[in-house]
Every structure is written in structure tokens, then in C-alpha cells.
Design a protein around this ligand. Structure first.
Ligand SMILES: [Zn+2]
Length: 444
């Protein structure tokens, strides 16, 4: 195993950049409000463009508004690109996204300043609209690059005020009319590396500075509509009611019961297992492999003296395997049939998202692990139950992710925080991983 170079990133420069970025869209209480399409989004794009140019990178904005800063290598051919996104959820935290973009910039700048001669082209990317936004399309930049969104879908998107997505993309420097050139393949990208905050507390609990992500969960969503019968809240006898709310509420509680049943089945199985079972901790924590949520719930007519006639809600299922997600969806379907029949209501279900889990690339994850080991930085493997840009890039080339701990597991809120020591460790791992990937003699 090659010895790591004793090269350190400039943490002072990194922190000063991070402070500047945290002021853009600052809410004044420690958080940021920088959704895609906002004034703050545009300001940060300008800031990043300046910084990339100052670092000697060649800056381009692609048709979906992704910002790329590239440095040629001694060999032409596919590049190693590091990055993440710079937008935030409404009233979110400072670390989710920009951390990965600024880390990418710092790593490439440090390599450059220490005279490292890169063989493959190296680059930084900041993806457009990773978070939920008024146009209702998240991971927009990475999905477009991966060919997972069509021009028709993008051209049809508007925000709540009727403003077309096309206009917001044009303001960000993109152009939805020339999307044909935006698609990338493994001939363009040799590998993609994303540093991100964990957004949970597994690393913190384990006392680890970093986590190597083995995969990103699949996400499945369905809309459930319960049609009952609206009627008088005083005169309708209990036996004559077809209450859509009560059926919906029973189904929402049913989702939790199905999860609890699954957990108890799994923990019984785990207790029966041999002592020397596979070491991966998350595999022994079944609750981290599948989770489901009823996140939106509405009733009609929603009046105090009317029995609810209609109830509409979403069920979201996240998991490490498509088969586990689909079998949970089937269990939910069986429950819906049962409850529908028992309560005399019509229940219809419509799948609105069925995104498969993506495994991270073995070469990249092995390289991240060996770089951390060589630097003597404690890290463990983790599976991500949050979606990320890297999951879409993984559909066409080698992708890997590194997580840093979130203090108290807080994210998507103003309290979001990561220790600078952990970030410094992560930058060292990223730099060493980039160097090792650059030296690999395998074809793209
Ligand atoms: Zn993020």
C-alpha cells in the first residue's frame, strides 16, 4: 500500500471560505435559506465561479445550470470530479451541500499548490437544485447529467406562482433548450467523490470521524386516496358511517405497526444468529435498512360538523433493497384492502416515485477506506438513508461518498453543525483518495 503524502489542506482558507458562504442567504440565527432559484442561490453561484477561477480552474455552466471547474491532466480522458450541491432546504443549515463543494475546491487547490501533477483531469462540481424546491424536482442537476430527467419533464415544470423552470435555469446560466449536451458517461467521468454530512447520529455514537458510504437508499412514494361518504356529524349513526379519515388514520398507524412487526421479526432472527455473524454493524440494526413515513395527510371537506368523505395521504418507503421496499409496499396494499373492506371505503393507490437504491463503487469505497487507514483516521461503513447526487452519478460511473458526523444528528435546521476537526480529517481522506484514484491503472 503506498504511503500517504504528508500534504495538508489549508484549513484557515477553507474556514474563511465556509464563513463567506454561510453569509450568503443567512437567516441571522445560524441557518441559511438558499433554495434553488432564490437570489441567494444566484449569489453563491457567482461566489463559487470567482473562487474556481481564482484557483485556476476552467469554469463552465452546463445546460441545467451545474457549475463545473476543471483542471486538465497530463493525459486527456475521463476526469475525477469532486463536489456536491450549494442550495439548501428552506431555512436549513450551513453544512448540507456547500461542505462538499468547498472541500472539493480545497483539495484540488492544495494538490495544485504542492506541485502535484495530475494524470487525469480533475474537477469540482456544484449541482443544481439538489434539495426540494418550488419546482418540485430535487437532485435536478445530477439526475439530468445521468439522463434520468427528460427535456419534456423539465420544460413542463413551474413553481407555485407560475414561473417556469426554464426561466430559473436561464438565470442560473443554463438553457433547457440545449439539454442534449448535458448528459455525461464514464467516458467523461472516471470517478465522482462527494463529501457530505451524515444527517444522523451513527458516526457520533460510534466516535468516528468519518464514514464510507456503501450505498444510497431507494425511495418509493405513493399517493393513497380513501373515498368514503361525507354526511351529517350529528344525525348519522355510527354503523351507517363511511368515515374516510378513520380509514386513513388506521392505515397510517398500520404503516407503523408493519414496521414494528418487521423489527421484531428481524431482532428474533438476529438473536438466533451465531456469535460470529458478519461484522457490519448496520446489518445488525434492521431499523436502518427500511423505514416508512406518512408525511402528508389531508381530509375533505375538513369541517367540524361533517364526517370526512375523502382522505388523501402519501406513504414514503426507504430501504437498502428494492425487494424489501416492494414487499413492504405489498404488505401495505394488503392492509389497505382489509381496512377498505372493513370500513366500506374505496382505497386507491398511485405510485409517484420508485427510485432504486444505488450501491457506491467498490474501487472508490476501497480507496476511501485504505486512504483513511493509511492516515490512521478512524472510520466505518455506513448505508445512507438520505438521497444524494452521488446516487445518480453512480448510475453511469464510479461514485463514492464520505460522511462526516453531524453533531446531535441535526440536519435541515439551523442547528446543523460538524466539528472542524472532523472536516479536516475528511479533507485529508479526500485528498489522499483523489491521489490514489488518479494513480489507478484501470480503464474507465
Ligand atoms: Zn445535501
Amino acid at each position: 500500500m503506498p504511503e500517504p503524502q504528508t500534504v495538508h489542506c489549508d484549513m484557515q482558507r477553507f474556514m474563511s471560505g465556509f464563513t463567506d458562504v454561510s453569509h450568503i442567504g443567512s437567516t441571522g440565527d445560524g441557518g441559511v435559506n438558499r433554495p434553488f432559484g432564490s437570489e441567494a442561490d444566484l449569489q453563491l453561484r457567482a461566489w463559487l465561479t470567482r473562487r474556481m477561477k481564482d484557483a485556476g480552474l476552467q469554469v463552465t455552466v452546463d445546460a441545467i445550470g451545474n457549475l463545473w471547474g476543471m483542471k486538465a491532466g497530463s493525459d486527456p480522458g475521463p476526469a475525477i470530479v469532486l463536489g456536491s450541491h450549494h442550495d439548501s432546504v428552506p431555512f436549513g443549515g450551513r453544512f448540507d451541500g456547500p461542505l462538499g463543494v468547498l472541500a472539493a475546491l480545497e483539495v484540488i487547490q492544495t494538490l495544485q499548490e504542492t506541485g502535484y501533477r495530475n494524470r487525469r483531469p480533475l474537477g469540482v462540481v456544484s449541482f443544481t437544485a439538489e434539495e426540494p424546491n418550488p419546482f418540485d424536482i430535487s437532485t435536478m442537476g445530477s439526475r439530468t447529467v445521468a439522463g434520468r430527467l427528460t427535456t419534456e419533464q423539465l420544460l413542463a415544470a413551474h413553481d407555485g406562482t407560475g414561473r417556469p423552470l426554464e426561466l430559473a435555469i436561464a438565470q442560473a446560466g443554463g438553457d433547457l433548450r440545449r439539454l442534449s449536451g448535458v448528459r455525461k458517461t464514464d467516458r467523461d467521468l472516471f470517478a465522482f467523490l462527494e463529501l457530505h454530512i451524515e444527517q444522523g447520529r451513527r458516526l457520533e455514537s460510534a466516535g468516528m470521524s468519518a464514514g464510507v458510504v456503501t450505498g444510497v437508499c431507494g425511495i418509493y412514494r405513493e399517493l393513497v386516496s380513501v373515498a368514503g361518504e361525507a354526511n351529517h356529524a350529528g344525525t348519522t349513526r355510527l354503523t351507517d358511517r363511511r368515515d374516510a379519515l378513520l380509514a386513513g388514520a388506521e392505515l397510517a398507524l398500520g404503516v407503523e405497526r408493519l414496521l414494528l412487526d418487521r423489527l421484531s421479526r428481524r431482532s428474533r432472527a438476529a438473536n438466533n444468529r451465531e456469535e460470529n455473524a458478519p461484522a457490519a454493524i448496520f446489518r445488525d440494526n434492521p431499523e436502518e435498512e427500511l423505514i416508512a413515513t406518512v408525511g402528508r395527510f389531508a381530509i375533505t371537506p375538513n369541517a367540524p360538523n361533517i364526517i370526512p368523505g375523502q382522505c388523501d395521504f402519501t406513504v414514503e418507503i426507504r430501504g437498502a433493497s428494492s425487494s424489501a421496499i416492494h414487499s413492504f409496499a405489498a404488505e401495505f396494499g394488503a392492509l389497505a384492502k382489509q381496512i377498505g373492506a372493513a370500513r366500506g371505503v374505496q382505497i386507491s393507490r398511485k405510485v409517484i416515485l420508485d427510485q432504486a437504491p444505488e450501491a457506491m463503487d467498490d474501487t472508490v469505497t476501497d480507496t476511501l477506506r485504505s486512504a483513511a487507514a493509511a492516515l490512521r483516521i478512524p472510520c466505518r461503513d455506513l448505508f445512507s438513508m438520505a438521497g444524494h447526487d452521488a446516487a445518480h452519478i453512480a448510475s453511469f460511473t464510479k461514485a463514492g461518498m464520505l460522511f462526516v458526523p453531524s453533531i446531535d444528528g441535526k440536519s435541515h435546521c439551523k442547528e446543523e453543525e460538524t466539528r472542524m476537526d472532523d472536516i479536516s480529517h475528511a479533507l485529508a481522506i479526500l485528498l489522499e483518495t483523489t491521489r490514489r484514484l488518479d494513480g489507478l491503472d484501470i480503464d474507465a
